[in-house]
Design a protein around this ligand. Structure first.
Ligand SMILES: [Zn+2]
Length: 111
């Protein structure tokens, strides 16, 4: 499926942004060099995973970045410092009300 992405930024800070494509309704969560592409329904649980550090394992080295998140790729992991994760969660929190409104609007359009 190809279409022109009408991208709308909802939240941003120095490390990333949250936005939504007005055409396909894909939510883009960009943080440093990671991009998470989510549906509106997936966003809330994704934010919860990050806020509550669910599925994260301690990864202690002398380099910091002590929170490890697994990915669907067996040999690829994401590492965060507590400070990075706080900034990430700020973005998600800032974007959440708008995305929740979008989700409810989409539900109403379907009914
Ligand atoms: Zn799109």
């Amino acid at each position: 499926m190809t279409h022109h992405h009408q991208f709308r930024t909802i939240a941003q800070n120095e490390l990333g942004y949250v936005g939504i494509c007005a055409s396909c309704r894909t939510v883009n969560v960009a943080f440093q060099n990671s991009l998470f592409c989510l549906t509106l329904d997936q966003f809330a649980s994704f934010a919860e995973i990050m806020h509550d550090r669910l599925d994260m394992q301690p990864f202690c080295t002398t380099h910091g970045k002590e929170l490890l998140l697994t990915t669907p790729m067996p040999n690829y992991f994401l590492l965060f410092t507590e400070d990075e994760l706080d900034l990430f969660c700020e973005l998600l929190t800032e974007g959440a009300p708008v995305l929740e409104a979008e989700r409810i609007l989409a539900l109403n359009l379907m009914n």
